[in-house]
Design a protein around this ligand. Structure first.
Ligand code: PLP
Length: 380
């Protein structure tokens, strides 16, 4: 629970991040996938939770392999985890080769041109360079198609100057354990491995690692699950929530029959209601798509375990909720409304906004006060 009384005066919103639980989640996944190894995906500023706190917590828990999206993210992680292996999922763009060497980051190479450029750079400098290869097995987003893998494997100038750390692929439908695309992608992946030097393989993210041993390869790459997210629609992942988000009630007011609430007057009840206005809006992670009108339900907040539905449009800084069902005087100015926490999971917050918990996490406010807890519980 958050110690609201200890917050700086005037705080309107707070995000609590339990680093001890984050570390415990990583360790639970590490144990789940043994003897495969477990990395951690910390892109997008540690899924919005603050890479500067998330990375040291994971490193102290024993994590030695980090995945980021971009070079600048890799630079930050290098400063936080001096001895870790850092993979950059977006790969190496022309002109950034030297920067990769400087911070000892490993590019994930996803197309033939990129492999050719990185090998040429290695030859020019008379050295061998580290790389991961990303194979496309059906996601059709980033990755080398099979025909290009054949070409790389058959022409020595591509791979000779490279030290391949990892061959990886990414699943399209791993959140649905029954989806036949999972096994189909695994089959394609396993079919092309004999073409490549024997190295570690990686195919599973948070959802994929729940598909079982055949999907673990030598290294799994969870992101969302570390932060307490349940990515799989099948089996529950053995992780617990890390994040809770609360914002303050600024006003409670009666709404007279026939009056409307918010921009464009989308909510206009015919009977008297009681409306609480919360100090959080779409700039804070209550997405505008969680708005509600007379015809459509939206998101909700909670007070001590009881939910209150959002009514009207979510605006930038404010959200209105209907608290008519609470006993008179229970919901008061200055109280804290739960946006994500014990009553409203990340997945529910996502579903209410027509999206996924991932988008909620990475949209969480930069203006809310942040509290990091549980660091003292971390041990390798
Ligand atoms: C973001 C990402 C991951 C992590 O995915 P989660 O669902 O958050 O576990 C793993 N691999 C790749 C290639 C990614 O882009």
């Amino acid at each position: 629970m958050i110690d609201f009384d200890a917050l700086p005066a005037g705080t309107t919103g707070v995000i609590q991040i339990d680093l001890g639980q984050l570390a415990a989640n990583w360790q639970a996944l590490r144990d789940e996938v043994l003897p495969a190894r477990c990395g951690a995906v910390v892109k997008a500023n540690g899924y919005g939770l603050g890479a500067d706190r998330v990375v040291p917590a994971l490193a102290n828990a024993g994590c030695q392999t980090f995945f980021v999206a971009t070079l600048s993210e890799a630079r930050e992680v290098r400063g936080l985890a001096p001895s870790a292996t850092i993979f950059v999922l977006d790969g190496v763009l022309p002109g950034s080769e030297a920067a990769f060497l400087e911070i000892d980051a490993v590019p994930v190479l996803s197309n033939l041109e990129e492999v050719g450029d990185w090998s040429a750079y290695a030859r020019q400098h008379g050295t061998t360079l580290p790389a991961a290869l990303h194979v496309d097995t059906g996601l059709n987003r980033l990755g080398l198609p099979i025909k290009d893998i054949r070409q790389i494997a058959s022409q020595a100038h591509y791979l000779d100057p490279l030290k391949i750390y990892l061959v990886m692929s990414h699943l399209a439908s791993a959140d649905e354990p029954q989806n036949a695309q999972n096994q189909a992608q695994l089959n394609v992946f396993e079919g092309l491995l004999p073409l490549l030097p024997t190295v570690a393989t990686s195919i599973a993210a948070s959802d994929g690692l729940m598909l079982g041993k055949p999907f673990h390869g030598q290294l799994v790459r969870p992101g969302y699950a570390l932060y307490g997210g349940q990515a799989s629609q099948g089996q529950a992942t053995p992780v617990k929530p890390v994040v809770s988000v609360y914002a303050r009630v600024l006003q409670v007011a009666d709404l007279a029959p026939g009056q409307s609430v918010g921009y464009s007057a989308t909510y206009k009840p015919s009977e008297q209601r009681k409306i609480a206005t919360i100090a959080a809006g779409y700039a804070d992670g209550i997405l505008r798509s969680a708005s509600a009108s007379n015809d459509e339900r939206g998101g909700q907040v909670a007070f001590a375990g009881q939910t209150a539905p959002i009514v009207g449009r979510v605006s930038m800084d404010l959200t209105t909720v209907d608290v008519t069902d609470f006993e008179d005087g229970v919901i008061k100015r200055g109280m804290w409304a739960e946006i994500v926490g014990p009553t409203i999971s990340l997945e529910q917050a996502g579903a209410h906004a027509g999206t996924i918990g991932y988008e909620i996490l990475t949209s969480l406010s930069r203006r809310f006060h942040r509290i990091y807890t549980g660091e003292e519980r971390i041990s390798a």
